[in-house]
Design a protein around this ligand. Structure first.
Ligand SMILES: Cc1ncc(COP(=O)(O)O)c(C=O)c1O
Length: 416
C-alpha cells in the first residue's frame, strides 16, 4: 500500500503545534519519560527497622506486636478495642459472621464497590442486595438504604468511597429504627473524620484495609473496630480457627499446650511482621492524609475550571481521607471516550486506574442476580466516565505537575 494520504493524516495534527502538545499516543512527546506509578506505599527506615527487629525477635506470627497494634489503632480511632486480621475482606467476612448473617438474609451493599463485601455475603449463603449511590458524593445515603430494606435485611455495608465519609449519623438512625446493623467498609478511610469523630467509631462495626495502596499499609492487612467488645472478642477468636482466646500464647514457655475450638473459625489472623510495620505506619498516618489532602487541593485548583471534567466535591462535614482522586470525563465535550483517554494518559507516562467496575457488570453477578445495565444509573454513568489519578504521599511536586500537565494536554487536544 502506498503511504500517500494515510501518512498525511498521521502527521497533520503536528502542523502549527509543538510536539509536546501532541499526545504521545499520536506521535508527540510524552509528558514523562519515566513512568509515574498509580500508587505506591511510603516506607521509611523506621518501618524497615521495625520489621527487621520483629524478624530478629524470632516471633513472627500473631503475638505481642499484633496485640499492641490493635490497642494503638483502637486508641487512634477512638474505640475500646480492635481485632487485627489478614485483610479488610477477612474483616468484613468475620464481622458478618459475628453479626449472625446467614442463609436467607439480605445484606445491602453499593453496586459501586470492590468485590470484598458482595463476595463475602455470597460465601455466607446470604443475598447481596445492590443499591445505587448519590452521584454527587458516590456514597450511599440513608434514603437509598432505607428504600432497599426488607424484613430479611440483616446488615448494610456503606463504603466510604475514595475516603469520603458517608453521613453515618443518618445511616445509623435508619439502622436502629429498622433493626439493621451497620458495618462500615472503611477500606479507603483510615484517618477520615465525621466532625470530630473518626470513621470507625460511629458504625456498629467497621473494617479497614492496610493493603499496599491504602492510607497506611501492613503489606496485606486489615482491622475491625467497634464499641462492642464482645463482638470484637468473637471476631478475634474467629480469625484464629475459633480457638479459645489468646490461643497463640500456647506456644510460649508459660502458655498451656491445651486449646479448645469453641466454634469453627477461619485462618484470618494478622502476623507480627505486619503489625510491626503497621505500628510504625500508624505514627505517620495523619501526615500521609495531609499529603494526600494537599495533592487533592492542587488537582482541584488545576481542574476546577475545565468544563470537560467533573472533579470530586469537597467534604465539609469533617476530614476526607483522599485515598482516591477520581475525575469524570464529559463524553459530549471530547472526541475520545474514557478507555481511549486512559490509553493516552498511560502513553504520557502517568499511571491511572478505575474504581470500580460496577458489581453487576461482573459475569458472576450478572449471571446469578437479576440486575442489568440500567439498574444503577449513577453507578453506571460514573463508571463510563471515570478514572482515578495518582495521589500518594511520596509524589513530588514535579510528579503532581506532570499529572496535571498530562490531563490538561489531553483535554486540550481531544476537546471538541
Ligand atoms: C471498598 C473496598 N473494600 C474492601 C477492600 C478489600 O481490602 P483488602 O485488600 O484489605 O481485603 C477494598 C480493596 O481495595 C476496597 O476497595
Amino acid at each position: 500500500m502506498s503511504g500517500g494520504s494515510r501518512s498525511c493524516s498521521r502527521t497533520f495534527p503536528l502542523r502549527g503545534k509543538m510536539s509536546a502538545d501532541i499526545p504521545a499516543a499520536e506521535g508527540g512527546r510524552p509528558v514523562r519519560e519515566r513512568f509515574l506509578h498509580f500508587a505506591r506505599p511510603s516506607i521509611c527506615d523506621g518501618d524497615v527497622e521495625s520489621v527487621v527487629q520483629t524478624l530478629r525477635s524470632g516471633w513472627l506470627t500473631v503475638g505481642p506486636q499484633t496485640r499492641e497494634f490493635e490497642r494503638a489503632v483502637a486508641s487512634y480511632v477512638g474505640v475500646p478495642g480492635a481485632a487485627a486480621v489478614h485483610s479488610c475482606t477477612a474483616g468484613l467476612h468475620l464481622a458478618m459472621v459475628a453479626l449472625g448473617v446467614g442463609s436467607g438474609d439480605e445484606v445491602i451493599v453499593p453496586a459501586l464497590n470492590f468485590a470484598s463485601a458482595p463476595n463475602s455475603v455470597v460465601h455466607l449463603g446470604a443475598t447481596p442486595v445492590l443499591v445505587d449511590v448519590d452521584p454527587k458524593t458516590l456514597n450511599v445515603t440513608a434514603e437509598i438504604i432505607e428504600s432497599a430494606i426488607t424484613e430479611r435485611t440483616k446488615v448494610v455495608i456503606p463504603v466510604h468511597f475514595g475516603g469520603r465519609p458517608c453521613l453515618m449519623d443518618e445511616i445509623m438512625e435508619v439502622g436502629r429504627r429498622r433493626g439493621v446493623k451497620v458495618l462500615g467498609d472503611a477500606a479507603h478511610a483510615i484517618g477520615a473524620h465525621l466532625g470530630s469523630r473518626k470513621v470507625g467509631s460511629v458504625a456498629d462495626v467497621t473494617a479497614f484495609s492496610f493493603y499496599v495502596t491504602k492510607g497506611m499499609t501492613t503489606g496485606e492487612g486489615g482491622i475491625v473496630t467497634s464499641h462492642d467488645e464482645d463482638l470484637l472478642a468473637r471476631i478475634g477468636r474467629l480469625s484464629l480457627h475459633g480457638m479459645s482466646s489468646d490461643a497463640w500464647k500456647r506456644y510460649t514457655e508459660r502458655g498451656p499446650w491445651y486449646y479448645e475450638i469453641v466454634e469453627p473459625g477461619y485462618k484470618y489472623n494478622m502476623n507480627d511482621m505486619q503489625a510491626a510495620l503497621g505500628l510504625c505506619q500508624l505514627e505517620r498516618v495523619d501526615d500521609f492524609r495531609e499529603s494526600r489532602t494537599r495533592i487533592a487541593a492542587r488537582y482541584e485548583e488545576a481542574f476546577s475550571e475545565l468544563p470537560a471534567l467533573t472533579i470530586p466535591g469537597r467534604f465539609d462535614g469533617g476530614q476526607h481521607a483522599w485515598h482516591l482522586y477520581q475525575i469524570q470525563l464529559d463524553p459530549d465535550m471530547l472526541t475520545i471516550g474514557r478507555d481511549a483517554f486512559i490509553r493516552a494518559i498511560l502513553d504520557e507516562g502517568i499511571g491511572v486506574s478505575v474504581h470500580f467496575i460496577p458489581i453487576h457488570y461482573h459475569p458472576y453477578y450478572r449471571d446469578h442476580f437479576e440486575y442489568s445495565t440500567g439498574s444503577f444509573p449513577a453507578t453506571e454513568t460514573y463508571y463510563e466516565r471515570a478514572l482515578s489519578l495518582p495521589i500518594y504521599p511520596d509524589m513530588t511536586d514535579a510528579d503532581i505537575d506532570d499529572v496535571i500537565a498530562a490531563v490538561v494536554k489531553l483535554l486540550r487536544y481531544y476537546g471538541r
